[in-house]
Design a protein around this ligand. Sequence first.
Ligand code: NAD
Length: 482
Amino acid sequence: MSTAAKYKLADFETFHNVINNELTATAKTRRAIDPSTEQALAEVPVSTQEDVDRAVAAAQAAFPSWRDLSQDDRASYLNKFVDSIVAYQQEFAQLLGKEAGKPPQAVGIELFLLSHQIRQTLNFRLTEEQIEDTDERSIVLRYVPIGVGVGIVPWNFPMLLGIIKLVSALLVGNTFIWKPSPYSPYTALKLGELGAMIFPKGVFNVLSGEEDLGPMLTAHPGVAKISFTGSVATGKKVMQACASTLKRVSLELGGNDVAIILPDADLAITVPKVATMAYLHSGQVCFCIKRIYVHEDIYDAFLAAFVEFVKSLKSGGPADAEAALGPVQNSMQYAKLLDMYSQVSKQGWKVAHGGEPSSSKTNSGFFLPPTVIDNPPEDSRLVVEEQFGPIVPLLKWSDEEDVLRRANASLMGLGGSVWSKDVKRAERLTRRLEAGTVWVNSHFEVGPQVGFGGHKSSGIGVESGLDGLKGWCNAQAVWVKK
Ligand code: NAD
């Protein structure tokens, strides 16, 4: 264990719910699966309605005094929290590698983004806006916290995506309940234990459970806001459930991001970047490039270089420092992807690299071969759906208007990028993409300084930046007659 840790965790092997700063057990427990070995991991709690009620009551009781602290005071608690995570960096890295199926390189990316995100966000302050100030009256717009917030988190970035919600919610004065995915509950529960030593009682609670836990939280009348990250299908259910109590809701949902490669793109620079951002975490990232449209003049050269690069990506588990790609995170996603891979022979897609895994799976772990599909039909499932795995289509284009139409045909609109030496032309095209974040000669770059969120079915609301903080508040207009 790290010697620098000021707040001491008993171990990284036993796991409890954290309610009102107490570590609590549940009658029933369950185990998640290590996706690299398919072995069962440690037991975690299965929360009941009673646990949910207690966590909500604790967070409600903690709210008034937490709300009434200054932003600086709340930031100082959060700074202690990030220091304590950094002190346990090694232990969190190992746990994250096991639960998420991330090799050390991918773990490093998540941990770096996490501490960067917290530290930068803690520099922000929401200030009152003077709308009018005359001899007769003043009007001020201020942002007040909402109450008890719940963060519902998926399994692809089990720490980072919850931390973004937690830090934003707490900094502006809400209290918080973190609900990790049943597939990856371990790091969140340990973060809760650390938090219990740092924050006042009830400010930060963590509940682990099964698939009925999310609905218990979205239905609870004591919860004021749900911040959800996950699939489009679940996002719709969350929004429906929140309607009955008129909860605030933000939704960060799936994506089917395009990269459009213009004919003048520098292949030596572009190919490694595009391929890296297509296969990052084996394609299991909302902002991964999921459709690559390459101009016909350079299509063959791009495809050949792309395949060469993908061949160099080594797959391996959390102990393999050389590995770029880990397994698919869970059996449900693995089964979905096997079905997508089976379309290769069923639909006659042309495989440029990889292909369907052999049917006699003997290796342990949910590993799938990184696969490149050469110009499948535009209406194929691989182009229309979010594959969320290491199988990626390259598609040909020749007409600028046509490629924009194809890019924007998706129901999703999370991100998109255009790649060219002509930055002005590329920027002109990116601005016509229907997506919440667009890049020129880059992709996946997100940061604490600016909100990110989806257009169309990719979500509602933003996280990060000042707008992300405002999403955790009610606006209040104060009119004063002088
Ligand atoms: P999911 O929707 O299956 O689950 C997400 C979370 O919701 C889990 O914690 C799950 O337990 C919970 N949940 C399930 N049913 C619920 C219900 N009825 N009510 C409340 N909560 C419920 O998604 P997933 O498979 O864990 O994650 C993959 C998806 O997440 C992909 O589509 C990906 O693109 C998306 N994602 C989006 C972003 C983003 O920022 N836009 C980031 C990461 C992942």
